[in-house]
Design a protein around this ligand. Structure first.
Ligand code: 7UC
Ligand code: FE
Length: 292
C-alpha cells in the first residue's frame, strides 16, 4: 500500500494500491495505526461487492450491525444503507441519515471504534462529510470548562434523531417515545476520556445526542454549560466556517474510515434530491472504548 500524507493542516491520509484480500496482517495493523494517528484514512480505487466490503470490515475489527433492521442491506445486515433511491418502488435503507453532529452509537453503552463508509451513488456535487477533531477541541477549552470536562459525565440519547419507521404510521407518538426509552435508554459516558491508543484526551459531547451533564455526585449542571461546550467545539456554527470544522469530499471508489472516538461528524447532502447511496460499516477494535 502507498500512503499519501497531507501537506496542510487537515486530518487524514490517502491510501493507494490497497487490496484487503492480499494485505498482510502487518498491512492491516499499519492501516489501523494510520486511522488512530491521522483520524481519517481514505482508501482509493476500491471496487467491492457487499460481501467483499464486509470481508474487508472483518479484517479490521469486530463488525456490529445497526440495531434497527430498517437500515440493513437486504443481502448483508451488517451494512447500514443511507439511500434516497427506491428500487422498483421499494425503499432500501434510510434517506439523509446522520445530518446532525454526532459520533456513531454515542447513545449506546459501547460506541464504535471505527466507522467506514463506501459511497455507491454520488450526486454531482455537495456530497461529503464535515468532521471535528474533539481532542483538538478539548485542548482549546478555557481552563474552567476543562476542569468541568474532567469531573463530569454526560447523558446521550437518540431520541431527537430517531427516524419514524414505515410501521410507525398511525401509532400514537407517546408509544413510540416510550419505545425509544425502553430500547435505547440514555447512555452515560465521561464528558472527557483518554483515547486508549493515542493517549489524547477527547471531549465527548455531540449536538445530536448529548442532552445532560452531571457533576461527579450525579447533580445535573446548568444546561448553559453544555451549550458552552458545544459552542467551543464549533457544532453550533450553522455556516460550518468554524476553524476546527473540516469538509471532506467523496469520490466514487473511496472507502473512508475514521476514528469514531476522536471525531464528531455531520453528513452533508446536496440541496437538490439527486440520487445518493452510501454503505456504512461500524466496527469495534480490541480496546475498551475509553479507559476510566
Ligand atoms: O438515521 C440516522 O441518522 C441514524 C442515526 C440516528 N444513528 C447513527 C449512529 O449510528 O449513531
Ligand atoms: Fe454517522
Amino acid at each position: 500500500m502507498k500512503v499519501q500524507y497531507q501537506d496542510n493542516q487537515r486530518m487524514g491520509v490517502v491510501v493507494y494500491d490497497f487490496n484487503y484480500k492480499t494485505a498482510s496482517d502487518g498491512d492491516i495493523e499499519d492501516l489501523k495505526q494510520l486511522i488512530y494517528e491521522y483520524k481519517i484514512v481514505v482508501i482509493k480505487e476500491q471496487d467491492l461487492s457487499p460481501d467483499e466490503y464486509c470481508d474487508f470490515g472483518y479484517r479490521l475489527g469486530e463488525v456490529e450491525k445497526y440495531y434497527q433492521p430498517m437500515y440493513h442491506h437486504p443481502e448483508r445486515e451488517e451494512i447500514f444503507v443511507s439511500s434516497n433511491v427506491s428500487e422498483n418502488g421499494q425503499q432500501v435503507g434510510v434517506p439523509k441519515t446522520g445530518k446532525f453532529w454526532h459520533a456513531d452509537y454515542a447513545f449506546m453503552p459501547r460506541p464504535f471504534a471505527f466507522s467506514m463508509v463506501y459511497p455507491q451513488i454520488l450526486p454531482s456535487k455537495e456530497r461529503g462529510t464535515y468532521f471535528i477533531n474533539m481532542s483538538k477541541v478539548y485542548q482549546s477549552l478555557p481552563d474552567d470548562l476543562k476542569a468541568i470536562a474532567n469531573q463530569s459525565s454526560c447523558y446521550h440519547s437518540v431520541r431527537r434523531f430517531f427516524k419514524i419507521r414505515p410501521g410507525d404510521v398511525y401509532r400514537p407518538i407517546s408509544e413510540i417515545l416510550d419505545e425509544i426509552e425502553r430500547v435505547t435508554p440514555p447512555a452515560k459516558h465521561p464528558t472527557a476520556f483518554i483515547h486508549p491508543v493515542t493517549g489524547e484526551t477527547i471531549l465527548y459531547i455531540t449536538e445530536g445526542f448529548t442532552y445532560r451533564i452531571d457533576d461527579l455526585e450525579g447533580k445535573p449542571q446548568d444546561i448553559n454549560v453544555l451549550q458552552r461546550f458545544l459552542t467551543h467545539s464549533g457544532q453550533l456554527d450553522k455556516s460550518f466556517k468554524y476553524p476546527l470544522i473540516e469538509h471532506h469530499e467523496f469520490e466514487l471508489g473511496d472507502v473512508r474510515i475514521w476514528d469514531n472516538r476522536s471525531l464528531v461528524h455531520c453528513a452533508h447532502y446536496a440541496a437538490n434530491s439527486e440520487p445518493a447511496i452510501t454503505f456504512r460499516l461500524t466496527l469495534h477494535d480490541s480496546y475498551p472504548f475509553y479507559q476510566l
